[in-house]
Design a protein around this ligand. Structure first.
Ligand SMILES: Nc1ncnc2c1ncn2[C@@H]1O[C@H](COP(=O)(O)OP(=O)(O)OP(=O)(O)O)[C@@H](O)[C@H]1O
Length: 305
């Protein structure tokens, strides 16, 4: 049985007397041990979707099932661990271990069981030396590591992580990618993670979905994501617009020119250095790879080959 199954789920919010459809008939499933990455730009509907899966928001229509059960049911809640937007589920004036015990008890564990499980989690994830450190004295990365342990205290079968990499540096992000993969593989937990970071989601998840304006516009396995990502070139953005002739001259480097305040070029990998030479002395304000860029994926950017 799928651990998470959502079918044609929709949600609208009323704002200033007007209804806004923010999740529009979304369907997907997550199996035990699978990591599902949900991508989308700001306001796309990711948090609303995961709140419905967590049982914190009721859909207007469609169904959400966790192992066949309604997520708002108290029995189902025991199967779910959630971290909403970073480390909000920690008490800053308690130590690491006190947080684990407190939240374990809140999820229905006895104090003795919560102490035992808390100590075991500290040891298992090499956090023992920090057990007496107050959360307020921890770095953001440490708080995030602790927040995941808190979510694992009651041994959930489904773990929901909203933006787990927000504000984390590159090595800590690497740690999280491995950590999330390990707990899915070793504990058979289904993981749903949301992120703006296509590169992180790409290397951490086994499957993924892209939400745009509340609709799931892409849904599939890694191979399908790879097919949609274009790694054949770069977008180069100049500080100013170029004259028509200049732009035409540069277009022969395999790209196309979009002039909207800035000249904006798509340049193939093989022509990049020639292009940079030809564009001198124009002021370049940004060069980005088309691969691993969520906006480029959503724009369906592809260079002619
Ligand atoms: N309680 C609410 N009342 C009214 N509108 C809401 C409410 N919660 C969310 N929205 C709106 O729903 C839309 C989707 O929001 P949501 O938080 O799900 O997006 P998101 O993809 O998680 O965005 P972000 O990446 O910025 O966190 C946004 O336009 C937001 O303003």
């Amino acid at each position: 049985m799928d651990s998470v199954s959502i079918s044609e789920v929709s949600k609208k919010y009323i704002y200033k007397g007007k209804a806004h459809l923010v999740v529009d008939e979304i369907s997907f499933d997550i199996r035990p041990g699978e990591i599902f990455g949900l991508l989308g730009v700001n306001g796309a509907g990711k948090t609303t979707t995961i709140k419905m899966i967590s049982g914190l928001t009721i859909p207007d229509s469609g169904t959400v099932r966790i192992f066949g059960l309604d997520p708002s049911n108290s029995k189902t809640q025991k199967l779910i661990g959630t971290i909403l937007e970073g480390n909000r589920n920690l008490y800053w004036q308690l130590t690491a271990l006190e947080n684990l015990v407190y939240f374990g008890v809140l999820k229905g564990m006895s104090i003795a069981a919560a102490r035992k499980k808390g100590a075991a989690l500290m040891e298992e994830f090499q956090f023992d030396q920090y057990k007496d450190l107050l959360v307020q004295n921890m770095s953001r990365g440490m708080q995030q590591k602790l927040a995941i342990k808190v979510a694992l205290m009651h041994e959930p079968k489904v773990l929901i992580l909203d933006e787990p990499t927000l504000g984390l540096d590159v090595p800590t992000k690497d740690f999280f990618s491995r950590f999330i993969s390990d707990i899915a593989k070793n504990m058979g937990i289904s993981i749903l993670l949301t992120s703006h970071d296509l590169e992180f989601v790409g290397r951490t998840s086994n499957s993924f979905g892209v939400i745009q304006n509340g609709k799931l516009v892409k849904y599939g396995k890694m191979q399908e994501l790879n097919a949609w990502i274009d790694d054949s070139g770069y977008r180069v953005i100049l500080a100013d617009e170029l004259g028509g002739d200049e732009a035409k001259q540069l277009e022969k480097f395999g790209g196309k020119v979009i002039q909207e305040n800035h000249a904006n070029f798509l340049v193939s990998k093989e022509h990049l250095y020639q292009f940079l030479d030809a564009v001198k002395p124009a002021n370049i304000i940004n060069i980005k790879s088309l691969a691993n860029d969520l906006e480029e994926l959503l724009l369906n950017t592809r260079l002619e080959k």
